[in-house]
Design a protein around this ligand. Structure first.
Ligand SMILES: C[S@@+](CC[C@H](N)C(=O)[O-])C[C@H]1O[C@@H](n2cnc3c(N)ncnc32)[C@H](O)[C@@H]1O
Length: 283
């Protein structure tokens, strides 16, 4: 039983909602031109470090004939995914020792996972389980941009809460979170150096702007809820008995943001995410 990530780094709803938006169908065209996969083929696809499963859920829609397996070592994520996302074989497992036979997948894919795993092992395991000619897709979050609504500025209660939390917390360092981050140039070079060929790169831009009428009310409110969950789960992950005021302040400011949205009082706050996609092939 491993719940390190969901307990200390990012909670279930933080990851699920943010990725549900990032992998929404309206962005599929951008992914399609970089994935370059046959949408009708009966591909065997393995997602590595799937978290609570939002990417796997989209892959199931985008590639209806594919058989999708997804693994993560965090048992809370896998329980959530199994309970909420049908049609995907979710399993608990370690990316550094994949519990699969050699040459069993046509495609391996991961999103924001490479930077946490020693690169030679990360690539080696994927090369091992891919069939000859198989495709590896590595998705990696890059610097985006954003602008928050005035009502969502950090509250005094949150500032006080974070000031009380010890700054000497070395949990991330201890578990190697982000330890192997690679630049936009180093990432494809690392893939090539570790045995992949035909390596290509590209970028997907997702802009999440609740007030933009191109988004449905449901999607707009999911954007606001995703931000709320991000802030709430960050406070909860500090495991402090003294979180009540900060949690109430967070809920109050997001309730206000939802209320402004529903009354048509536009804030034009936006979050623009940039996802780098590196694609390589096994010989
Ligand atoms: C930043 S999260 C991304 C999760 C998911 N890909 C998403 O985008 O929502 C990184 C994930 O990698 C998983 N992870 C890290 N090291 C792992 C390993 N050695 N084996 C399996 N999963 C791992 C964590 O448990 C976490 O779910």
């Amino acid at each position: 039983m491993n719940e390190f990530w969901s307990d200390h780094v990012q909670g279930v709803m933080t990851l699920y909602l943010s990725r549900k938006l990032r992998f929404d169908d309206q962005f599929f065209e951008q992914y399609r031109r970089l994935f370059l996969l046959d949408e009708n083929a009966d591909l065997q696809v393995l997602e590595i470090g799937c978290g609570p499963g939002a990417l796997a859920e989209s892959l199931r829609r985008w590639f209806p004939n594919a058989e999708i397996t997804a693994i993560d070592r965090d048992s809370r994520f896998i329980s959530f995914a199994k309970a909420n996302i049908p049609g995907v074989d979710f399993r608990e497992g370690d990316a550094t020792d994949l519990p699969f036979e050699d040459q069993s997948f046509d495609v391996t894919i991961s999103n924001t996972v490479q930077e946490h795993i020693e690169p030679t092992v990360f690539w080696r395991e994927q090369l091992r389980v891919l069939k000859p000619g198989g495709i590896c897709l590595c998705l990696s979050a890059r610097k985006g941009l954003g602008c928050i609504a005035p009502c969502l500025e950090t509250t005094t209660e949150e500032i006080n809460f974070w000031e009380r939390i010890s700054s000497s917390d070395d949990t991330f360092e201890k578990y190697g979170v982000g330890k192997y981050r690679l630049s936009e140039a180093e990432l494809p070079a690392s893939m090539e150096k570790n045995g992949f060929f035909d390596v290509t790169t590209g970028y997907v831009i997702t802009d999440l702007t609740p007030d933009d009428p191109k988004y449905s009310a449901q999607m707009a409110e999911t954007m606001i809820e995703a931000m709320r969950q991000n802030d709430l789960e960050a406070i909860q992950s500090a495991h402090s008995a003294d979180a009540e005021k900060a949690i109430a302040a967070v809920n109050a400011k997001y309730d206000e943001r939802i209320s402004l949205y529903r009354r048509g009082i536009k804030q034009w706050d936006t979050t623009v995410s940039v996802t780098m996609i590196v694609r390589g092939r096994k010989r």
